[in-house]
Design a binder for this molecule. Structure first.
Ligand SMILES: NC(=O)c1ccc[n+]([C@@H]2O[C@H](COP(=O)([O-])OP(=O)(O)OC[C@H]3O[C@@H](n4cnc5c(N)ncnc54)[C@H](OP(=O)(O)O)[C@@H]3O)[C@@H](O)[C@H]2O)c1
Length: 325
């Protein structure tokens, strides 16, 4: 870990993680079509020099595990310099249907396949990607605990769960991490799950801090998403919602320029300094993006700037969204 990067413990363990992680979904090329392997490998490699020591992937990132394979290829013999988090419990049915399957045998098989793809004998963090509605979550938790006891993962986490599900899970398996979506416009977890995690020493690693690029401030107002870009399906990127979001980003732009940082850096910095937030999982598909995002750590917004951001969020109001995995 670089000395100028403030590190944070993963749960109650001695594993130290950077407040920004590389989200390894975009490199698998499933959101946008303009993803090439050379850029994906360079994006992962860039983290090694930027003080980012956490890679977030999953069994289902890529139809054939492309994300995990790219990580193995990029890291080579530098694997031990990175904390790797992966997830099990979601797989694809062709052509592109996500299946939630948290049965113990499936979790074990997926974990073992993830380790093969990652070319490693253990990961630092293994999540249940989402609860399987057909079985009690305790059954999934029990298998993840066994995988941890066997040394296939050093810690266990959960993603996309309610507070009750998280409590039920934690009653069976020690919980180091929780992974929900969270950003300036989607803050539901502040009401219940975030306080519970703070009280119980569970790290909170949030996805969509940039709301899929919306809050990076680089998509022009007249941007037209090609049909190959799945973002056109999200209400946040459509019609009036899109216009309101662009107005909001314009407000952020003026605060960002005062700090001497980009909008993406401002948004990430705000996120990692929210009480109870441990890590912002920043997706990127090119090295310039993760270099830009890495400059979101290592500095602090003033109280006045944080207040102006809160005022802008209040003016924006609650966006129309839909839950997504
Ligand atoms: N547990 C779960 O169920 C779950 C669900 C979703 C995500 N995740 C995790 O969270 C990570 C983050 O989510 P995400 O990747 O979907 O979304 P994100 O981090 O909110 O946004 C990523 C996108 O933002 C754009 N971007 C990033 N940095 C930028 C920069 N500096 N300037 C301009 N644009 C920039 C890029 O899009 P373009 O270049 O294409 O515009 C990139 O693909 C994922 O990679 C994954 O690891 C977990």
């Amino acid at each position: 870990m670089k000395s100028n990067v403030e590190s944070r413990p993963l749960g109650k363990t001695a594993i130290l993680i950077s407040p920004i992680a590389l989200g390894c979904w975009p490199i698998a090329g499933m959101t946008s079509a303009d993803v090439v392997e050379k850029d994906s490998l360079a994006t992962i490699e860039a983290c090694l020099d930027l003080g980012i020591n956490l890679l977030d992937t999953a069994f289902c990132y890529g139809m054939q595990g492309e994300s995990e394979r790219l990580i193995a290829k990029a890291l080579g013999d530098r694997r031990d310099e990175m904390v790797i988090a992966t997830k099990g419990g979601i797989h694809w049915d062709p052509p592109r249907t996500q299946v939630l399957d948290g049965r113990p045998a499936t979790l074990r098989r997926e974990c073992e396949e993830s380790l093969r793809r990652l070319n490693t004998d253990r990961v630092e963090l293994l999540y249940l990607h989402a609860p399987d509605p057909t079985i009690p979550i305790e059954e999934s938790a029990g298998e993840l605990k066994r995988l941890m006891d066997e040394g296939k993962t050093r810690t266990v986490g959960v993603s996309n769960v309610s507070l009750d599900q998280m409590k039920a899970f934690a009653a069976v398996c020690p919980l180091a991490a929780y992974q929900p979506h969270y950003n300036m416009l989607q803050r539901e977890i502040e009401a219940d799950r975030l306080p519970w995690c703070r009280e119980n020493g569970v790290s909170v690693l949030v996805y969509w801090p940039l709301m899929k690029g919306l809050l990076a401030g680089k998509l022009p107002r007249n941007h037209v998403f090609p049909t190959t870009d799945s973002r056109h399906k999200y209400p946040m990127f459509q019609g009036q919602e899109w216009e309101k979001n662009q107005d909001f980003v314009d407000e952020l732009r003026s605060i960002a320029s005062e700090t001497g940082h980009t909008v993406a850096q401002l948004v990430i910095n705000w996120t990692i300094h929210q009480p109870g937030i441990t890590v912002a999982l920043c997706g990127a598909k090119r090295p310039d993006q993760i270099r830009d995002n890495a400059l979101g750590m290592g500095w602090n917004l003033t109280e006045r700037q944080r207040q102006r951001i809160e005022e802008a969020i209040a003016r924006r109001g609650l966006p129309v969204t839909r839950a997504a995995v």
